[in-house]
Design a protein around this ligand. Structure first.
Ligand code: CAA
Length: 255
């Protein structure tokens, strides 16, 4: 892989975006590699949680402007570069973003595809596409509005100005903010914590929360109830409840 660095720590897969010279600008080959790697980790039973990160200076400064500059409407439509981002939504394992520095445009949209977010104190999060004469195209207007509300989203999207990590925490856009030297280790610790949970239950919870964002309350409640009942078919439910009653730690197998 040219644009990613990948490693595994026990049950945690760690993917680092690696185009440092251009602040991890998300060109089409990088996104292709990223989605393929996520799908490989999805199939790998030894991995139970995934951390997605960049570097201290930039998680990602957006889609690659150089790649897009000479495009026209029809070439963009035919290429449909954001379609491959949709594959990321099919990943059932929890994805934790570890972000620092610039998280702009497509970088912010990529972060919002993740399930939990740990940010360094130096993080700046923004949707500056308006300054380029365009708008977000990978879900920015939709996901940001759902996550932080219309009024705050409008300001970020219409001014293009980034917000600080502290503001993002206050807006509920990130889970936690830590000093820059700890943002990755904190995200990996969080991933280990989640990886120790029963994976089938984690998968159902992730799906149920996604449904809460995408559908009505009635549909979401119906999915949740069925998923809850379905988990009683898992060995991990038997083990989790037995371990509780026997006052010992549970040993979850993902079955
Ligand atoms: N695409 C391509 N190259 C980029 C890039 C991007 N999004 N962001 C930065 N780079 C490149 C720069 O061109 C520069 O390359 P050279 O050294 O070859 O000149 C290198 O990364 C370093 O960047 P700067 O010299 O500009 O660094 P800086 O510290 O002075 O500024 C910055 C940093 C404020 C992030 C600035 O680079 C910047 O404004 N980048 C663009 C941010 C942006 O507009 N993102 C939105 C893109 S559109 C989009 O994402 C659409 C969508 O919805 C998916």
């Amino acid at each position: 892989m040219e644009f990613l660095r990948v490693r595994q720590e026990e049950a945690v897969g760690i993917i680092e975006l690696y185009r440092p010279k251009v602040l991890n600008a998300l060109n089409i080959p990088l996104m292709g590699e990223l989605v393929s790697e996520l799908e490989r980790m999805e199939r790998d039973d030894t991995i139970r949680a995934i951390v997605l990160t960049g570097n201290e200076r930039a998680f990602a400064a957006g889609a690659d402007i150089q790649e897009m500059a000479e495009e026209d409407a029809i070439s963009m439509l035919v290429k449909d570069q954001f379609a491959q981002w949709d594959r990321m939504n099919q990943i059932t394992k929890p994805i934790i973003a570890a972000v620092s520095g610039y998280v702009l445009g497509g970088g912010c949209e990529l972060m919002m595809h993740c399930d939990l977010i740990v940010a360094s104190e130096t993080t700046q999060i923004g949707q500056p596409e308006i300054n380029l004469g365009v708008m977000p195209g990978a879900g920015g207007t939709q996901r940001l509005t759902k996550l932080i509300g219309k009024i705050r989203a409008m300001e970020m999207l219409l001014t293009g100005e980034p917000i600080s990590a502290t503001e993002a925490l206050h807006f509920g856009l990130v889970n936690r903010v830590v000093p820059v030297e700890f943002y990755l280790s904190e995200a990996i610790d969080l991933a280990h914590n989640i990886a120790a949970k029963p994976p089938v239950a984690a998968r159902m919870i992730k799906k149920s929360v996604q449904i809460a964002q995408d559908t009505t309350l009635a549909e979401g409640l119906s999915y949740e109830r069925n998923a809850f009942y379905l988990l009683f078919a898992s060995a991990d439910q038997k083990e989790g409840m037995k371990a509780f009653m026997e006052k010992r730690p549970a040993d979850f197998k993902g079955k």
